[in-house]
Design a protein around this ligand. Sequence first.
Ligand SMILES: Cc1ncc(COP(=O)(O)O)c(C=O)c1O
Length: 405
Amino acid sequence: MSPTHGTARSFERSLKWQKRAEAVILGGGQAHKRARLPGPLMIERGEGCRFWDVDGAEYIDYLMGYGPVVLGYAHPRVLQAVAEQCARGNVFNVGHTLEVELAEKLVEIIPSAERVTFCVGGSDGTSGVIKLARAYTGREKIVRSGYHGWHDWCHSERGALLGTAAYTLTMAYNDLASLERLFEQHRGGIACVIMEPVGYEAPLPGYLEGVKQLCHDNGALFVLDEVKTGFRYALGGAQEHFGVTPDLSVFSKAMGNGFGICAITGSAEVMDDVAGVWVAATFHGEMSLVAAALATIAEIEEKDGIEHMWHLGNMLLDGYREMTDRLGVENVRLEGAGPMPFFGVTGGDERLDAMRSTFYRETLDGGLYLPEAHIWFLSLAHTDADIARTLEVSEAALRKGLAAA
Ligand SMILES: Cc1ncc(COP(=O)(O)O)c(C=O)c1O
């Protein structure tokens, strides 16, 4: 464990690096894009479910790179697969046997997948999939629910083309009536619904099936954004877990254990119709990413990784529930499930804010990296002992928080 456990951290070296970053990196670093992360931290290296900062402190990580690191940092099998592939060439953009093998594997494990095309990163894939949905239906509007990336159509802000955003409608999750209203208001104009199947909140019984039915009743495609849930909720994503098959899906994050691969998958009927639509880029043909994905999927399968992450997630959430009940702490959020759990301490007034900030400072000091404003991710590298340690440090931090409040 960290040499700094139990003592107030100085973050001395991290702060020095942060100053250098502020001088040259937009917004002071990649992490600036992701508000309210514990820190400031500059990382030296990672292994398994842990990373070490430049001040020498060790953390059990629950961010895991925002989800891609499903096997653990620096996983030997993935590193070897990538190294071997790089030694044989990385980008050809000519036919390659490895991409056939990966596509065949995805068709085998993803319930709705009959055809596959590869992209790089989740935003690339979600932008590609809505283009395919528009091409197939000949319609322009889309309905979304959840986060789908940084592009104009789904992240409207200063600099985005507002005209593009006007074609994106938003439905409320777990509220079929809100989708029904959109279909009525935009009759014949909606190409697809793209949604995260599950996040902090679980789908109500029949909800996902209801969305699919409404889509099909109105001539629209049902698209699942499985960028977070793929290779976590089940090997074949939330669609396998909940037993609801979409027309099109997007998988990324956990697919390559930290290498930026993405796959759009779909039915033969839809995909064959749009095969000529231009969703293509030079690095869609990066074979090291394909090699990483094949190794990652094989490892999850062989190690029963999905079952392991569900076990750990349940252990973590049950532990927090028991702890907060026992301590009588109410300003907490206990959400998500299994491989994507979430525990958060909330503020609101002076007393609760003091408790909240004490909790996050003390858990960081105790060697836990707990995202406050994002769902957590488990990996095959987390163990029962890591969960027990996490609960132990969290309880001590909550007790200090109560004392500070
Ligand atoms: C559900 C979902 N879709 C799409 C994206 C965008 O992926 P990326 O950040 O790799 O572009 C994310 C990223 O967090 C996501 O969670």
